[in-house]
Write a protein that binds this ligand. Structure first.
Ligand code: NCD
Length: 310
């Protein structure tokens, strides 16, 4: 069974279906009703890289649906330190579980894992590659705020080079005919092959270093952390650290319904003064990780979410 490795694994119709199912799951995600749709199923959480939100929201999602979770736990206490290959680890966990959520520092690792597994793999981030489940919660958050995904003006800002969230998100936004502004320091520009790919699909893409000049015409401003851990050279990191710091004082002329998003964790890209503005949406965004991952788990396990029949 195929999982979710990149956004290319979902059609636009699939995306809308998952978001609709996620909406129907909101009461269960909040713990207001019980929907044991996945009772008896087991999720394997394999996180070879640090994670708070992604790992915990997968776990919460599974448990809210009556399912169970087994964790790889701390990599330093698992057989990985004895030299076990990813292939062997996956083959073994495959036999213990019905579905696997995985994060790995190596780009392409999720695809490799899917080839080794019979159960579906949900890519929770592969190095500087992709992060499609994050994109689904980002799209959910955007649709919640604007009532639609199509034709929006979206600024993606910060580390577009190493940031996997924006690699996956830009792909999806382009497919929904959004106009995309890529705002980054020169050193952290979106990889040219991704920009070419977006443009080849007909998307309007503009690159700039001037984040602040792009704010006023945006429906969505998506900030990202500079991915310090992906730099080969600490000196290069120092050159771009703190490149953008969004402050409430920058939001005076923006659209009333513009939303500021961030996959979190933030370092200094968004000043706490933004938190109290009507534009801040990053904590709701993090909550939305539970409900969209519930919908994805159901979909990949072949379980219908009630209430969706026409
Ligand atoms: C992101 C990631 O891991 O790529 N975090 C997340 O999943 N919410 C963003 C980041 O680490 O900067």
């Amino acid at each position: 069974m195929t999982g979710l490795i990149t956004m290319a694994d979902l059609t636009n119709e699939d995306i809308v279906e998952v978001l609709d199912a996620a909406e129907r799951l909101l009461p269960a995600a909040r713990g207001e009703t019980s929907m044991p749709l996945l009772s008896g199923r087991i999720l394997g959480n394999l996180f070879f890289e640090p994670s708070t939100r992604t790992r915990m929201s997968f776990e919460t999602a599974m448990k809210r649906l009556g399912g169970d979770v087994v964790n790889l736990g701390d990599v330093s206490t698992s057989s990985v330190v004895k030299g076990e290959t990813l292939f062997d680890t996956i083959q073994m966990v495959d036999g213990y579980t019905d579905i696997i959520a995985m994060r790995h520092p190596r780009q392409g690792a999720a695809r490799y894992a899917q080839d080794a597994a019979r159960v579906p793999i949900l890519n929770g981030g592969d190095g500087a590659g992709h992060h499609p489940t994050q994109t689904m919660l980002d799209l959910f958050t955007i649709r919640q705020a604007h009532g639609r995904l199509d034709g929006l003006d979206v600024v993606l800002a910060g580390d577009l080079r190493y940031g996997r969230t924006v690699h996956s998100l830009s792909h999806a936004l382009a497919r929904f005919d959004c106009r995309i502004v890529l705002a980054s320091p020169e050193l952290l520009r979106m990889p040219p092959e991704i920009v070419e790919d977006l443009r080849a699909g007909g998307a309007s893409v503009t690159e700039t270093t001037d984040l602040y000049g792009a704010l006023d015409s945006a429906d969505v401003v998506y900030m990202t952390r500079i991915q310090k851990e992906r730099f080969a050279d600490e000196d290069e990191y120092v050159k771009v650290a703190g490149a953008y710091k969004l402050h409430a004082k920058h939001l005076g002329e923006v659209r009333q319904d513009m939303i500021v998003m961030h996959p979190l964790p933030r370092v200094d890209e968004i000043h706490p003064s933004v938190d109290a503005t009507r534009h801040a949406r990053y904590f709701e965004q993090a909550f939305n990780g539970v409900v969209t991952r519930m919908a994805l788990l159901c979909r990949l396990l072949g379980v219908d979410v009630p209430g969706g029949e026409a």
